[in-house]
Design a protein around this ligand. Structure first.
Ligand code: UDP
Ligand code: MG
Length: 305
């Protein structure tokens, strides 16, 4: 009999826990364990989980010492999964537990990794939609690894894939990219994501931007090359313009040219700042990697040896 491990990072999801667990019990047949990763919740999430654990020994919890972020919480859960089949999903019921049997079956059919793709998401704001579509178009232009839009962190995979994922020691985690980088025999399932049951999104604008930057800097060097190319092109143009200016000066037909000077300064300044900022991102990323800090700290384990 194979064990199925379901990993669910939760951050302030107190209202969702009970309903989620009811649904999970309904849809998980056979031998399974549900590992909640409490990512530094400040509400009653942990108390809700404790109530469930006291009634059902299939439920477990890993409580982190503070909020380490969704991606790190997923890593923490995966490092503690004992199953031969593993599922990662969100704790807000946007990833329907009713899909679990189908995903598990795909693994039995010989696939190593089952990814899910949202057809549409109910009640998603226009800003988030536009941001997401811009991000995915951008990252796919610059990245060598194809990262599909609408592929959620709702996946099923076997222990072979788990071992591969756990080998990634990078601090700036972008799991969506990593899952498509590793390869393996993959199957895709489409689903309609319902709206969040309770509470509101934990991905603020800032957190989304941070994830987008992680995705960009950890999957491609191309932005640096673009900066170099644009820089070279502008320098070349500036040189030609310099020659032109000198000739004009000696011919004596220079005019007081405030507009052209201010435009050149603003344009060059802007491009330079952009390129420096980009460099800064990569250097910051190197800095974080070099420090080698742990990805998460576990404060408490409930029902986990
Ligand atoms: N989450 C987390 N830590 C965080 C942010 C989010 O563990 O710092 C969890 C959250 O509780 C949820 C999942 O990650 O179970 C996805 O977050 P959310 O639903 O807010 O993202 P969205 O669906 O809006 O993209
Ligand atoms: Mg959600």
């Amino acid at each position: 009999m194979t064990l199925l491990s379901i990993i669910i990072p939760v951050y302030n999801e107190e209202e969702n826990i009970h309903l989620l667990c009811t649904e999970l019990v309904l849809h998980c047949g056979g031998d399974y364990e549900v590992i909640f990763v409490n990512d530094g919740s400040t509400d009653n999430t942990l108390a809700e989980i404790e109530k469930i654990i006291n009634n059902n020994k299939c439920f477990k919890c890993l409580s982190l010492s503070r909020n380490f972020g969704h991606q790190n919480a997923l890593m923490a859960g995966m490092a503690h999964a004992a199953g031969q089949k593993i599922i990662i999903m969100d704790g807000d019921l946007q990833h329907p537990p009713s899909l679990i049997p189908l995903m598990a079956r795909q693994l039995d059919n010989g696939f190593d990794l089952v990814v899910t793709k949202r057809n549409k998401t109910e009640n998603i704001g226009p800003v988030k939609k536009i941001m997401a579509s811009l991000f995915y178009s951008f990252i796919n232009i610059i990245s060598d690894t194809k990262i599909e839009a609408n592929v959620a962190d709702f996946k099923a995979f076997n222990s072979k894939v788990l071992t591969s994922i756990l080998q990634f020691k990078e601090r700036d985690l972008f799991l969506r990219g990593i899952f498509s980088w590793i390869g393996y025999k993959t199957s895709t399932i489409n689903f309609d994501a319902p709206a969040r049951k309770f509470g509101k999104t934990k991905y603020s604008f800032g957190k989304m931007l941070k994830l987008a930057l992680k995705g960009t800097t950890s999957f491609s060097f191309k932005p640096l090359r673009v900066a170099l190319l644009v820089g070279s092109f502008i320098s070349l143009f500036a040189f030609a313009f310099g020659v032109f200016a000198l000739i004009s000066y000696f011919k004596g037909n220079t005019v007081p040219g405030w507009a052209s000077i201010i435009i050149a300064i603003m344009f060059l300044g802007g491009t330079q700042l952009l390129a420096i900022g980009l460099l800064g991102e990569y250097i910051a990323s190197l800095f974080t990697e070099a420090k080698h800090r742990p990805l998460y700290l576990v404060e408490k384990k409930l029902n986990i040896a």
